[in-house]
Design a protein around this ligand. Structure first.
Ligand SMILES: C[S@@+](CC[C@H](N)C(=O)[O-])C[C@H]1O[C@@H](n2cnc3c(N)ncnc32)[C@H](O)[C@@H]1O
Length: 192
């Protein structure tokens, strides 16, 4: 399949099939040249898009099968991305100008799938990601994170407010939910 100009030939053997949320996040990227980290890369769709836009890309996923498919998809698109098996950013030890995550964002209960369930309110994993991302953002850098209206986005925004300026950047209504890409900048960037 071709999605946001990226050819995805390998998917579904462990990786999350590219979906509306993948497309929304990939389409939110613009040309750049800094260091880009994607957390939870799945097929690599977003990381590969970032590489084609000129970023130096590192991507993580906790699932080894997803990383294997992301590696093959990167090769199909003729780009090079660094791939790391990792829980969120726990094994990352440098800083980035942009960090993106299309996380599992649905409330637990109806969705036993770790690719979809983001905690009891649907935002707990995203909040832990924000906490870790704050330690890995270059001064002036930004975070892009996808959330669903089915999760407790009010809780997410409230918990982020002390540390981050968070604004909706792109949104799309998809059947029974609205997907939103939020852009976050640190209120007081860390000196690194
Ligand atoms: C909704 S999928 C998004 C995949 C891809 N980025 C996209 O947009 O199509 C979420 C991805 O996050 C990964 N993931 C879930 N929890 C994670 C964690 N704690 N650390 C790293 N990756 C995680 C899953 O394996 C999955 O590949």
């Amino acid at each position: 399949m071709n999605i946001a100009g990226v050819r995805i030939a390998h998917w579904g053997k462990g990786s999350y099939p590219p979906s509306e949320d993948s497309l929304l996040l990939a389409q939110s990227l613009v040309e750049g040249g800094g260091k880009f980290l994607e957390v939870g890369t799945g097929t690599g769709i977003v990381a590969i898009k970032a590489a084609t836009l000129g970023y130096e890309v590192t991507a993580t996923d906790m699932d080894a099968n997803a990383l294997s498919e992301a590696s093959m998809n990167a090769a199909e698109n003729g780009v090079s991305i660094g791939l790391v098996q990792c829980d969120l950013l726990e094994c990352i030890n440098c800083t980035f100008s942009m960090i993106a995550f299309n996380p599992p964002y649905l409330p637990e209960g109806g969705v036993p799938d770790s690719q979809l369930a983001g905690g009891p309110e649907g935002v707990e994993l995203a909040l832990e990601f924000m906490s870790q991302a704050a330690e890995h953002l270059e001064s002036g850098g930004e975070v892009l994170v996808v959330l669903s209206s089915l999760g407790n986005t009010a809780l997410f925004l409230e918990q982020c407010a002390m540390k981050w300026d968070v604004l909706p950047f792109a949104a799309r209504k998809v059947e029974f939910e609205t997907l939103t890409v939020y852009r976050a900048r640190l209120r007081h960037p860390l000196k690194k």
